[in-house]
Design a protein around this ligand. Structure first.
Ligand SMILES: Cc1cc2nc3c(=O)[nH]c(=O)nc-3n(C[C@H](O)[C@H](O)[C@H](O)COP(=O)(O)OP(=O)(O)OC[C@H]3O[C@@H](n4cnc5c(N)ncnc54)[C@H](O)[C@@H]3O)c2cc1C
Length: 474
């Protein structure tokens, strides 16, 4: 990647002509990354929108330069990230239920790119306190259906730019992901996944045992009874700091005038004709123009309050971390047969996860059975881990759909939009669902990329059978 740094480009929000000059440069030299020094653009202004759409960064906002600037300055402008918004207003143009990454990303995109600012985000707990801060932060796009690959590849691309876009450090780290095949049938499905991704422009390949050994030298290839035969290598896969994603979106949305009300539970809705007219909350009722539901883990519960039945079943999903160790695995490693994946955080802890619990439940307790199971499988992959203590174990609730794909689209009510069914795969989708769900609500029209994911697919046999969303790969 080459960088072109334009110096002393001082301009105001009105300098749309200059924005178009930069746009021209970025289109003419698509492979060159543009940083513009001295650029002043009010977030959410027209100028700001043009340069963001072109993927151009004010130099000060580019993360390494931003850190350097603040690191060397004595005048670090420390301001509180979250300012309490006060009481709820009587009405909002858009009410977003759920202050996880998804709800906040939708709010940010509506405010920044569609200039809709009279928005409130309501969360019954605290922002990111749902699954956003409980996941294991695997960000990948090596799915099997073209519909999913299109969508998740855009999310991976957006994640790569997100710290810069929001000016908030999400500690994104491009580790790559290696999924392991222990049978011929799995290798066949890996070939399909690799081909679909290549066809859509993402470099994903099936690798042999020798290459696996080079990518992860400490991995035990000859696991008893289930030797590793091949792998699916996804070099673009990322990991990052999950709660920062919610915080970053929240801070930027709030800067644009969005109100984020924590500890405000939605308890019901008033529906007149085919429209939701009021959202009832633990802090009072509010009138609404549109409502977006983004409550992963409680999608059927909230949808039921408004009279909608969703094809979702909810299960606990657990994960755990070990004490920190010296770095020894760079990529995320996931086994389809062992139902276990392992990655190492930048602090050195090993993150270990697997598939959901086998029974439906709304409880976030951890179980000894799962811990034993996951620890046993992690030790099969990395036998020297046997003496490493487990530091923490936790659970979230995941909403599983029959086809392992999300539900994004309109509902049977005219002004109630769904962002649901995120199962074990929703963290990686956050920026893309934020972008496209916001576009859908703003334009009142489903963007092409979201069309396969409407809830109507369960009634007209249009399922997106996403077997690349295997529980153990996340
Ligand atoms: C252990 C685990 C590991 C995972 N690993 C991965 C992974 O590696 N990669 C990946 O892509 N995905 C992963 N996931 C899935 C991912 O975390 C979720 O799909 C994603 O975070 C959903 O984000 P969200 O913003 O939609 O929901 P959440 O972050 O859950 O936010 C929903 C919010 O809605 C609020 N809410 C609920 N009901 C109400 C109400 N009545 N009123 C007001 N607010 C309400 C909740 O308090 C919550 O804050 C994992 C999940 C778990 C549990």
């Amino acid at each position: 990647m080459k960088y072109l740094i334009i110096k002393n480009f001082h301009c105001s929000e009105q300098s749309v002509l200059k924005a178009y000059q930069i746009k021209f440069l970025s289109e003419k030299f698509p492979k060159i990354r543009l940083y513009v020094f001295g650029l002043r653009a009010k977030r959410g202004g027209h100028f700001d929108r043009i340069i963001r759409v072109c993927g151009i960064l004010p130099l000060e906002q580019a993360m390494p330069f931003g850190l350097l600037k603040y690191g060397l300055s004595k005048r670090y402008p420390s301001k509180p990230d979250f300012v309490a918004p006060g009481d709820l207003k009587k009405s909002y143009d858009i009410v977003i239920v759920g202050g996880g990454g998804h709800g906040l990303a939708v709010a940010y995109h509506l405010a920044c790119y569609w200039n809709i600012r009279n928005i409130c985000v309501l969360d019954k707990g605290y922002i990111g306190g749902g699954n956003t801060a409980r996941n294991t932060a695997v960000i990948r796009s090596n799915y099997i259906t073209p519909e999913s690959v299109n969508f998740y590849a855009e999310a991976v691309r957006m994640y790569g730019q997100l710290s810069n876009e929001l000016g908030y450090n999400m500690m994104m780290s491009n580790r790559g992901q290696l999924t392991l095949a222990h049978s011929d049938a799995t290798i066949r499905s890996f070939r399909m996944r690799a081909e679909v991704s290549k066809h859509r422009g993402t470099e994903i390949e099936v690798v042999d045992r020798q290459t696996i050994k080079e990518i992860v030298p400490n991995l035990e290839l000859d696991i008893h009874a289930q030797p590793i035969l091949a792998g699916l290598w996804h070099p673009d896969a990322l990991t990052g700091r999950h709660d920062s994603v919610a915080w970053g979106y929240a801070v930027c949305a709030m800067e644009l005038g969005v109100e984020v009300h924590q500890r405000t539970e939605v308890t019901g809705f008033e529906v007149v004709g085919n429209r939701v007219t009021k959202v009832k909350t633990s802090c009072g009722d509010i009138q609404c123009g549109q409502v977006v539901q983004a409550v992963a883990g409680h999608s059927s519960v909230v949808a039921k309050m408004v009279g909608i039945r969703l094809p979702i079943r909810s299960y606990p999903l657990q994960a755990m971390v070990t004490l920190p160790m010296k770095p020894f695995i760079n990529p995320m490693v996931s086994s389809t047969a062992l139902h276990c994946y392992v990655s190492q955080t930048s602090r050195g802890e090993l993150v270990i996860g697997g598939g959901p619990d086998p029974y439906e439940l709304y409880s976030t307790r951890s179980s000894l059975e799962l811990k034993e199971d996951l620890a046993g499988h992690a030790c099969e992959m990395f036998p020297f881990l046997v003496d490493v203590p487990i530091l923490r174990q936790w659970a979230g609730i995941v909403d599983m759909t029959p086809d392992y794909s999300p539900i994004m689209g309109p509902s049977e009510l005219d002004n109630y939009w769904l962002d649901a069914g995120w199962g074990t795969w929703g963290f990686k989708a956050t920026p893309a669902s934020g972008k496209y769900v916001a576009q859908m609500v703003a334009q009142q029209k489903v963007p092409e990329v979201l069309q396969p994911f409407g809830v109507e697919r369960f009634y007209d046999f249009g399922l997106v059978n996403e077997m690349g969303a295997t529980a153990a790969s996340h």
